[in-house]
Ligand binder design. Structure first.
Ligand SMILES: [Zn+2]
Ligand SMILES: [Zn+2]
Length: 438
């Protein structure tokens, strides 16, 4: 180690950031989680209105909640500043280039490859979409054509034996369960990338022939496996218990939909162009070379950025399918994971994403963190994105209520009654039938 003091300071700053985030997740996030969306805006006003029928303005309590929440967010951001300033003072332009590389390739994956490339969750002018996809290509996660196809398969067959990267253990084996789970985790984390066959169209084969060939190669129902918890999604029965849609039918249906999606990707001109090996390698060379030539950054520092972005993505596929919250009921084990939300720029809101892959926002609740959605909304503000597909407030409230019913204690935090969720004086006024003053 060339400079132990500098190393210790770097680790110290990192520890400070982890401590802050840990405290937020442990103590503050659960408080936010009590309310389905930003409680204290419209909800309280509606509640008050339903009590006295006259009140239409936001009450003082509403403003207090709003100010407190904003103050907390600003305060938290200020507390994280020493980390960024300190790292800059220690590492100067090296830190700046690392952060820039992470932000460009990171958002390239989340907003580019994922939220507009695989799932058309918003629309953008073709040149904006192309820039986002080029940014994604810089992450060294394979060309966009391959990434989007494999990810579509994950959505069609999540947590089944046909999934691309499920951490679920299907096979009984002589190995102990811990070892088995460790292997399954490593498979979902990164080993799948070396095992999963390519979905590239063979050279010389027409799209029609390729589509027909794919349709003939759906997963075999005889060897197809799914989690027992997901049986209702893979074997639909009527009230009397008669099977109305068999596993075989459902596999065929999902496979046909998946084939349609990847044929659509194959016909996408921008994706095909960026998937060309020469173009892809060209982008890689520029993204690795530019920081070295322009910023004097070593190859190891570029590799560190590539590792970080890749590991964050790997965490979405593995960690977010094992640990976290499940506000939405879905046909797989996807979870909203607070840590992955931070590491992977909002992609940790993975249960929400599996509920509807077409929502442009994965952090839909007030307690979640989704900088990728912030970027999409910023693009929309400047007219560079449009037709954002977002869940409605009633969908979110319904999901939150059903979650509260399924997990009454919300992992240790009892759901408050509405009386507990607003100020005592307001409860008194409403209970006495008084008009609530602003
Ligand atoms: Zn997933
Ligand atoms: Zn997705």
């Amino acid at each position: 180690m060339q400079n132990p003091t500098k190393f210790a300071q770097t680790v110290g700053l990192l520890a400070w950031l982890c401590l802050l985030i840990g405290a937020h997740i442990k103590f503050v996030r659960p408080v936010f989680r009590r309310y389905p969306i930003v409680r204290g805006y419209r909800e309280i006003a509606e509640k008050i209105k339903s009590f006295n029928g006259r009140h239409t303005k936001l009450s003082g309590a509403v403003w207090r909640t709003r100010i407190l929440r904003s103050a907390y967010r600003i305060g938290f951001t200020l507390l994280t500043l020493p980390f960024f300033v300190g790292e800059y003072m220690l590492h100067g332009h090296h830190f700046v280039w690392f952060t820039m590389g992470w932000v460009v390739a990171g958002f390239g994956i989340t907003v580019g490859y994922h939220r507009i490339g695989t799932h058309p969750s918003f629309k953008a002018p073709e040149w904006v979409r192309a820039i986002l996809l080029i940014m994604g290509s810089m992450a060294v996660q394979g060309p966009v054509s391959e990434w989007t196809k494999k990810h579509s398969k994950h959505h069609a067959f999540g947590e089944t034996s046909a999934d691309v990267h499920s951490p679920y253990v299907f096979e009984e084996s002589k190995r102990g369960i811990f070892i088995e789970q460790f292997y399954a985790f490593m498979h979902s984390f990164m080993m799948w990338a070396f095992r999963e066959p390519s979905l590239r169209r063979p050279k010389g084969m027409s799209i029609e022939d390729w589509k027909a060939d794919l349709l003939n190669n759906s997963p075999d129902p005889a060897t197809f496996k799914f989690r027992e918890e997901d049986r209702n999604y893979w074997e639909v029965k009527d009230k009397s218990g008669k099977i109305v849609a068999s596993t075989e039918t459902l596999i065929k249906k999902r496979w046909a939909r998946f084939v349609d999606v990847i044929v659509g990707i194959e016909q996408d001109k921008t994706i095909t162009m960026l998937g060309n090996p020469l173009v892809y390698i060209g982008i890689l060379v520029v993204s690795v070379g530019a920081p070295m030539v322009l910023g004097g950054i070593s190859i190891w520092e570029v590799l560190a950025r590539i590792c970080y972005v890749n590991w964050a993505t790997f965490c979405v596929n593995s960690v977010s399918h094992i640990w976290g919250e499940q506000p939405f009921q879905v046909a797989d084990n996807s979870r909203n994971n607070a840590v992955v939300e931070i590491l992977a720029l909002g992609e940790g809101g993975h249960n929400t994403h599996h509920k509807s892959e077409l929502w442009a926002q994965h952090g839909v609740f007030a307690w979640q963190f989704d900088p990728s959605a912030m970027l999409i909304k910023t693009l929309a503000f400047f007219g560079l994105a449009r037709e954002l597909n977002l869940p409605s407030r009633s969908q979110l409230k319904a999901a939150w209520r059903s979650w509260r019913r399924r997990e009454p204690t919300m992992q240790g935090y009892a759901a408050p009654t509405w009386e507990q969720s607003i100020s005592p004086s307001l409860v008194e006024q409403i209970s006495a039938g008084e008009e609530v003053s602003v």
